[in-house]
Design a protein around this ligand. Structure first.
Ligand SMILES: Cc1ncc(COP(=O)(O)O)c(C=O)c1O
Length: 391
């Protein structure tokens, strides 16, 4: 083993408990996993067919660095029609999922010591990505009492003026399932303009909204085109996580910088994935709506069942595919609750603290798994907690 070979930067990264929990869940016999944030559906048939046809035509070469022309045209049309965002080719880069887009956007904009405002709890790659670039993550606490919506007055108090460059937001949100209201988005827009920030708007779950909730892209608000980088992914919407496909739409100078960097990260998004992605965007959208309806059915059941567990409560999620119950009544840290559930109920969950300090007291339950499995998992959880509580 080569000693001293691992960089301090890497050593500084948090060790994710998700990996450990998911490994136990995968190896452990009889464990039901409500852990992964990955659709349990297969990509739509028309998308798979397009990928097969692309391979049959031997489309195995690199694509242009910023993405194929025909893919970008499909994206431009989609953004205009569905998100109310006007874009040209120069505003778009195609990436290997939105994970790569987040990384490229932050490398392109953050110098060491500069601030990035990050939702807490929030998707677990945001803070480590800022840290690996020697940036300064500034947590935006999302509180249950406020429906996990960001509070702009609090953001005013937390921002480090002059040193903060970027604000990351994610609606519909992982892990809370919150969908930001138009009012909140307008306040965030005003805040970003006042402080000269670039908003990274992660909209990976844009299609999965329920009840009366509506997804609004902050990039569609008046005058925001200079301030917003909209990030979209195929992983959730079209159940295509293994295709590693996403795109960013934003100001030309930032997209240009990201394109320059792309040469040194992955060079380009996979050609086959882009061809499949064109079919996903242009073809029939029935599969997306079918998945949304099924997630909604599971959502209603899981929230009802969680609220029947003694002492637990859960804000009703309006988007994404997660429930984020408050489990403080268990009298244990979130991590211990998750480990206890794994042991006593044989159900894998993710501790809220994986998503930031503000996640303490919560666990994340993914309902991207079969209805019957969720029912069974909830039977087990309820039984174990009742036994512990003597009820
Ligand atoms: C909020 C959010 N953004 C981005 C991603 C990553 O998506 P992709 O597969 O496009 O990299 C995830 C995946 O779980 C997510 O939850």
């Amino acid at each position: 083993m080569l000693r001293g070979i691992i960089s301090d930067r890497e050593k500084g990264l948090p060790v994710s408990t998700i990996g450990r929990m998911l490994k136990i869940a995968a190896e452990g016999r009889g464990i039901i996993s409500l852990g992964p944030g990955e659709p349990d559906f297969v990509s739509p048939q028309n998308v798979l067919r397009a990928a097969r046809e692309a391979l049959a035509k031997k489309m195995t070469r690199y694509s242009p660095v910023a993405g194929r022309w025909d893919f970008k045209q499909a994206v431009i049309r989609k953004l205009k029609k569905e998100n109310g965002i006007e874009a040209g080719e120069e505003n778009i880069i195609v990436t290997c999922g939105s994970t790569e887009a987040i990384m490229l956007a932050l490398i392109a904009t953050i110098d060491p010591g500069e601030g990035v405002m990050v939702p807490d709890p929030g998707f677990l790659s945001y803070t480590p990505t800022v840290e690996v670039l020697n940036g300064m993550p500034i947590s935006i606490p999302l509180e249950e009492e406020k429906g996990f919506q960001p509070d702009v007055d609090m953001m005013e108090k937390l921002i480090v003026p002059e040193k903060t460059r970027v604000l990351i937001m994610n609606t519909p949100s992982n892990p809370t399932g919150t969908v930001f209201s138009r009012k909140v988005l307008e306040e965030i827009a005003g805040f970003a303009v006042e402080h000269g920030l670039l908003v990274l708007s992660d909209e990976a779950y844009e299609k999965f909204v329920y009840k009366d909730a509506k997804h609004i892209s902050i990039g569609s608000l008046n005058g925001m085109e200079k301030h917003v980088m909209t990030l979209h992914s195929f992983s959730k919407t079209y159940a295509m996580p293994g295709f590693r496909l996403g795109y960013a739409c934003g100001p030309e100078n930032v997209i240009g910088a990201m394109t320059k960097l792309h040469v040194f990260s992955s060079l380009c998004a996979p050609t086959v994935s882009q061809v499949a992605g064109i079919e996903a965007l242009r073809g029939p959208q029935g599969a997306v709506e079918r998945m949304r309806k099924e997630y909604d059915r599971r959502r209603r059941m899981i929230v009802k069942r969680v609220c029947e567990v003694p002492g637990w409560s859960c804000m009703e999620p309006e988007g994404a595919f997660y429930a984020f119950p408050n489990v403080t009544s268990m009298g244990m840290k979130s991590l211990d609750v998750s480990e206890w559930l794994l042991r006593e109920a044989k159900v894998a969950t993710i501790p809220g603290t994986e998503f930031g300090r503000m996640g303490e007291g919560f666990i994340r339950l993914s309902y991207a798994t079969a209805y019957e499995k969720i029912e069974k998992a909830m039977d087990r959880i309820e039984k174990a907690v009742r036994k512990k509580a003597g009820r």
